[in-house]
Design a protein around this ligand. Sequence first.
Ligand code: 4NP
Length: 158
Amino acid sequence: MRLLVVCLGNICRSPMAEGALRFRLQQAGLGDRVQVDSAGTGDWHVDEPPDRRAIATAASHGVDISTLRGRQLHVDDFQRFDWLLCADRTNLREVRARAPRDARAEIVLLREWAGEGTGAEIADPYTGGQSHFDTVWAQVDAAARHAAARFSRQRRPG
Ligand code: 4NP
């Protein structure tokens, strides 16, 4: 199973979600079975580490995302991944618009996929304060815990 989290810049929301997903999946013993990556629809932050506020917020929850580097969504991602998990509806619209005809990946909102209700988004914290980053962490970690539970159930026979 391969998951790709997508936001705009790939320096705030999607690397935080990548870190939370890796952490919770590893805790659940699913680290080998589920692969996680992240990308941005934009190219401004390619090869850059996550925003220092994103790194600090993840670190305060015991998750190191400092070694991640920004990359832009690539056309191959639509084949390589099972799920493209978008942070907000603008990302979702943009990703769907770029999907090739033979795309294999399902393109959805991360929080909706994680059972948080139709249309649930992760708001862009880039121009906000620490409380915005705290909110993003709470949202991505809830989604990550949901994902770990969902894949644990799927693994169990019967
Ligand atoms: P992200 O946040 O999409 O959560 O990574 C942003 C980061 C950078 C920019 C926009 C959003 N930017 O415009 O540079």
